[in-house]
Design a binder for this molecule. Structure first.
Ligand SMILES: NC(=O)c1ccc[n+]([C@@H]2O[C@H](COP(=O)([O-])OP(=O)(O)OC[C@H]3O[C@@H](n4cnc5c(N)ncnc54)[C@H](OP(=O)(O)O)[C@@H]3O)[C@@H](O)[C@H]2O)c1
Length: 298
């Protein structure tokens, strides 16, 4: 392995609350990039020096070396930096699918999201900006909120507000109503972005960081005809494991990386030997870690 980002899903798997419950003992880690060191004599299409990512989840990427069947790997271009290569498929893939599969979005359309500083949220901002969309981005307040707002704006965010600012914001009222809401947090925050949707809008829930259910206002359903959907990248990847749509998405994301329109999330690199620190930071009940923890294997 070259680099492995640690995600909430890795922690949730250890906690037993994720959609995948592997048999034990199990090596954690879903994401990351590896370099091929050696290939078997009958392997075609892969050679030593190639960079690869897992084709399906449950690959157990938190390890220095692994032996894998070629059909469980996807070769990716090695013209990116190692952190981009380790982070460009899973979270940006989630952002890409949610921006393409639920509403037919046109330039100028507005997308609202909470958890906007999450790795997925940062990818949403950048991919949406590349698509010519506007984004309303909601984050939790913190002492260094101005730096965070500036950072998300530098990625292409149209508007960044704290959870508290949303209700009183005049800027949000001046914008066209969003037709797509992306819900990372759920709980009250999910309800808040749902309420903002235009007639016929769609809210896609992909995370439950608040650990609270989503309450759907009846008026939104009856009078505003909003739809409430869910998305799981893992299922999409399994369904499209070797379909052209998957390769097309990876090609598009790679293109954005090369064009410097898709940066890796704000992150800290941590040597593999300090893996405990990475898991503790990602597990932090208070959150506000602010940086994706990435294991590196130098
Ligand atoms: N459905 C899918 O296919 C899919 C794919 C990828 C990710 N996800 C999910 O998306 C979410 C984000 O993943 P990620 O890798 O982007 O995470 P990440 O970079 O680690 O970011 C975590 C985000 O959650 C927020 N957060 C943490 N604790 C919170 C709390 N108690 N209440 C409200 N917000 C809280 C953080 O905000 P603060 O800075 O304020 O703490 C931050 O915005 C996770 O739930 C993950 O499982 C789902």
């Amino acid at each position: 392995m070259l680099a492995v980002p640690i995600h909430p899903a890795d922690i949730n798997t250890i906690q037993g609350s994720y959609g995948i419950k592997p048999s034990l003992p199990h090596v954690p880690g879903y994401d990351g990039v590896a370099e091929v060191l050696e290939v078997g004599s009958e392997v075609q299409g892969l050679q030593s020096g190639d960079w690869v990512i897992p084709r399906i989840l449950s690959s157990g990427t938190c390890r220095t070396h692994m032996r894998a069947s070629p059909e469980n790997l996807i070769k990716i271009p090695s013209d990116m930096d190692k952190v981009s290569a380790a982070t460009f498929a899973l979270n940006p893939g989630t952002a890409y699918r949610m921006l393409h599969d639920f509403k037919s979005l046109r330039e100028g359309d507005v997308v609202i999201q909470n958890g906007a500083n999450s790795a997925v949220g940062q990818a949403v901002i950048q991919i949406a900006a590349a698509m010519g969309l506007q984004t309303i981005n909601i984050v939790r307040d913190r002492p260094e909120i101005n730096e965070l707002k500036q950072y998300l704006s530098s990625l292409g965010a149209t508007l960044v507000l704290t959870e508290e600012e949303v209700r009183s914001s005049t800027a949000i009222k001046e914008m066209t109503q969003p037709i797509l809401a992306l819900n990372c947090v759920s709980g009250r925050s999910g309800t808040e972005i749902l309420r903002r949707l235009a007639f016929g809008g769609v809210m896609v829930t992909y995370g439950g960081m608040s650990r609270q259910p989503v309450t759907v206002p009846i008026g939104s359903l009856i009078f505003n005809e909003v739809s409430v959907r869910g998305f799981w990248m893992s299922r999409w990847n399994t369904k499209h494991s070797d379909k052209p749509e998957r390769q097309h998405m990876l090609d598009e994301l790679h293109k954005l990386v090369i064009q410097k329109k898709l940066k890796p999330p704000s992150h800290s690199l941590v040597p593999f030997e300090q893996f405990k620190k990475v898991f503790e930071n990602t597990l932090s009940a208070e959150g506000k870690v602010g940086k994706k923890q990435i294991l590196v294997f130098d």
